[in-house]
Design a protein around this ligand. Structure first.
Ligand code: AHR
Length: 549
C-alpha cells in the first residue's frame, strides 16, 4: 500500500487520554447493559416496553472497490455463474435471500481518490487507473450504474460514499445530479445518454470517508472538513430535498482526535447534515492480548462509543440551540485483525488482488453476535449500520471460481436480518458477571478491570406478526448458563425456532474444504409459560423466536 495505513498510524501513535470523555466524566460507565446478580440470570420481558421502531438499515453492509469485493465477488463476467450483466448469480442469490437492506459503495479509503466519471459510459472507453488507496489497478468495468442495477437485483438500497479527498463539492454535486435529476441538465442528460433514463433516486449519501485519518487521501483538519461538508450539503439539498446526508465522524476511539474531530466537524455543519458516521473494527490480538473473555465483551466498547458520539451531538446541538437531533450511521463495523498488514493490504498494482481476506472463526462470530445486540439496543439513535464488508473482503461470504462459502460471522448476521423485526425491546436484565482486565484497547483504560455480564440479551417484537425474537450471547467460556425469561402482560404460545451457534473449538473456521464446520444447530426450546427456563451452552450465541397470542 502506498499511503500511510490505518494500522501504521495506530502503531506509531501514543493514544492520548485527553478526549471529550475525560472532560465530561458523566460519559464514563455509560455502557452497562445488565445489572449484576449473584443468582441465575433473568430477563423481564414486557412487550409494551420498547426502545424504538427498528430501522432495518442498521443491518446494512458494504462493498468497496477493494481486493475481490467487486471483481470476482459480485461482478465476474467470465464466470460460469455470470448473468448477462456480468453479475455473479450465486452471490446475488445469497445476498438477496439474506435480505440486506442497504449497501454502502464504492468505499472506504478507495473513494477518496475515485473519479466516478471513470466508471460510467461505454465499458470499452473506461480507463484503467491506479487506485492509490490500496495500490490496485482499477479497470472501471463496474461503476455507479452497474452498482445501482445490482442493488435493485439484490433488493438493497444504495448508500453512496462521495470523494472528499481529491474530490470537491462540485464533483459531489455533479454525481448527485447525474444520479437523481430527471433530465434537461448536463449531468442528468449524460446519465440518459448512458442508457439510464430513469433517475436512480439515491437517498443516502456519506460525505467522505475517514477524513480524520492521516492515511486518507486528502486528509484535512476537522474544521476544514466541516466547512467543505457544509458547502456540499447545502448544494446537495438545493438539488434534492429528499437526500439524507451523513457527515464523516472519527475513524474510531483509537484516534488522538476522537470526539474532538466530531465536535469540530459538527460545529461547522450540524444544521446541514442528518447524521454522523462511526467506524470500528475489533480484534483478539493486541487489543485483548489474546484474552477471549475480554474479546467477547467488546460489544460493550461499541455501546460506549455510541454513547460518546451521541453525547458530542447533544453538546453541539445544545450549544447551537438546535431543535434537530442527529442520528448515527455506524457505517463500518466488524472483526478485522489478521489480514491487516503486508501483502494483505498491498495490491501491488494487480487487478482484483486478494486483499483483507480475513478468515473468521467461532469466537469472531460470537463477537459479531454481541455487536448486533448492541446495534439493536442502540437503534433509538443508530439508523444505519454497515457490516464491513459483504463479499471476499473482511466478509461473511467468500467466493472462488467454483462457488462460495459462508464464513462463521454469516450466521449471526443472517439471524438479525431474518428475525430482528419490528421494535427493539427494552429489557430489565440481571446477570452474574465476571471481571476482566482491559489490555491494549482502549489504551487510556489499559489494566483497568471491567465487570462484564455473562449474558448479553437483545430482542425485538414484531407486533403485526405477533412474534418476539431474543438474541443471547453467553460469554461464559466454561459453563452453560441458565436464563429465566419472565413475561409481563403476555405469554408466548409457541416456539417458532430455537437455534444455537457454539462449539468446543473457539478457533474453528469454515472454508471451501469444510464449509459447514461452524453452523447453527437446533437447541432444546424452553417450556412455554409466564416464566421460562432457557439453558445457554457455554460460548454460544442463541436465537429464540416465539409466537405470541
Ligand atoms: O473496510 C476496510 C477499510 O477500513 C475501509 O476502506 C476504510 O474506510 C477503513 O479504514
Amino acid at each position: 500500500m502506498n499511503c500511510f495505513s490505518r494500522r501504521q498510524f495506530l502503531s506509531g501513535t501514543v493514544i492520548a487520554g485527553a478526549s471529550l470523555a475525560a472532560r465530561f466524566p458523566w460519559l464514563a460507565n455509560s455502557t452497562e447493559t445488565a445489572q449484576e446478580s449473584a443468582g441465575p440470570a433473568r430477563v423481564v420481558i414486557d412487550p409494551d416496553r420498547c426502545i424504538s421502531t427498528l430501522d432495518r438499515n442498521i443491518f446494512g453492509s458494504f462493498i468497496e472497490h477493494l481486493g475481490r469485493a467487486v471483481y470476482e465477488g459480485i461482478y465476474e463476467p467470465g464466470s460460469k455463474f455470470a448473468d448477462s450483466n456480468g453479475f455473479r448469480t450465486d452471490v446475488l442469490k445469497e445476498i438477496k435471500s439474506l435480505g440486506v437492506p442497504i449497501i454502502r459503495y464504492p468505499g472506504g479509503n478507495f473513494v477518496s481518490g475515485y473519479n466516478w466519471l471513470d466508471g460510467v459510459g461505454p465499458k470499452k472507453d473506461r480507463p484503467r487507473v491506479l487506485d492509490r488507496a490500496w495500490d490496485t489497478t482499477e479497470t472501471n468495468q463496474f461503476g455507479i450504474n452497474e452498482y445501482v442495477t445490482w442493488c435493485h437485483a439484490v433488493g438493497a438500497e444504495p448508500l453512496i460514499g462521495t470523494n472528499f479527498g481529491t474530490g470537491t463539492p462540485e464533483t459531489t454535486v455533479a454525481l448527485l445530479e447525474y444520479c437523481n435529476v430527471d433530465k434537461g441538465t448536463k449531468w442528468s442528460d449524460l446519465r440518459r445518454s448512458h442508457g439510464y433514463e430513469k433517475p436512480h433516486a439515491i437517498k443516502y449519501w456519506c460525505l467522505g470517508n475517514e477524513m480524520d485519518g492521516p492515511w486518507q487521501i486528502g486528509h484535512i483538519p476537522a474544521i476544514q472538513y466541516g466547512i467543505k461538508a457544509r458547502d456540499a450539503a447545502r448544494q446537495m439539498r438545493e438539488m434534492d430535498h429528499s437526500v439524507k446526508l451523513i457527515a464523516c465522524g472519527s475513524s474510531g476511539p483509537f484516534m488522538p482526535t476522537y470526539l474532538e474531530w466530531d465536535q469540530q466537524t459538527l460545529e461547522q455543519c450540524y444544521e446541514e447534515v442528518d447524521a454522523i458516521s462511526l467506524h470500528r473494527y475489533f480484534g483478539n490480538a493486541e487489543e485483548t492480548e489474546g484474552n477471549t473473555a475480554r474479546y467477547l465483551s467488546m460489544n460493550l466498547d461499541m455501546d460506549r462509543q455510541i454513547h460518546e458520539i451521541m453525547a458530542v451531538c447533544e453538546v453541539v446541538g445544545g450549544r447551537m440551540k438546535s431543535n434537530k437531533t442527529l442520528w448515527l450511521s455506524f457505517d463500518e463495523w466488524n472483526v478485522w485483525y489478521r489480514a491487516r498488514s503486508g501483502t494483505a493490504v498491498d495490491g501491488q498494482r494487480k487487478v482484483a488482488p486478494h486483499l483483507l481476506e480475513e478468515i473468521y472463526n467461532l469466537e469472531d462470530a460470537l463477537v459479531v453476535g454481541g455487536l448486533l445486540n448492541t446495534l439493536i439496543r442502540r437503534s433509538d439513535r443508530v439508523r444505519v449500520a454497515c457490516l464491513a464488508q459483504l463479499v471476499n473482503v473482511i466478509a461473511p461470504i467468500m467466493t472462488n471460481q467454483n462457488g462460495l462459502f459462508r464464513q462463521t460471522i454469516y450466521y449471526p448476521y443472517a439471524w438479525a436480518l431474518q428475525y430482528a423485526r419490528g421494535k427493539a425491546l427494552e429489557f430489565a436484565v440481571t446477570s452474574p458477571a465476571y471481571e476482566v482486565t482491559i489490555a491494549g484497547q482502549p489504551a487510556a483504560r489499559s489494566h483497568e478491570s471491567m465487570s462484564v455480564p455473562y449474558l448479553d440479551v437483545a430482542g425485538t417484537i414484531d407486533v403485526e406478526n405477533k412474534t418476539v425474537s431474543l438474541f443471547i450471547l453467553n460469554r461464559d467460556l466454561e459453563k452453560a448458563r441458565d436464563l429465566e425469561l419472565v413475561w409481563h402482560e403476555s405469554t408466548p404460545t409457541r416456539v417458532n425456532t430455537c437455534q444455537v451457534l457454539t462449539g468446543s473449538d473457539l478457533k474453528a473456521e469454515n472454508g471451501f474444504d469444510a464449509p459447514d464446520r461452524v453452523v447453527p444447530k437446533s437447541l432444546d426450546p424452553p417450556q412455554l409459560g409466564s416464566k421460562m427456563a432457557l439453558q445457554l451452552p457455554a460460548r454460544s450465541y442463541v436465537l429464540l423466536n416465539l409466537g405470541l397470542a
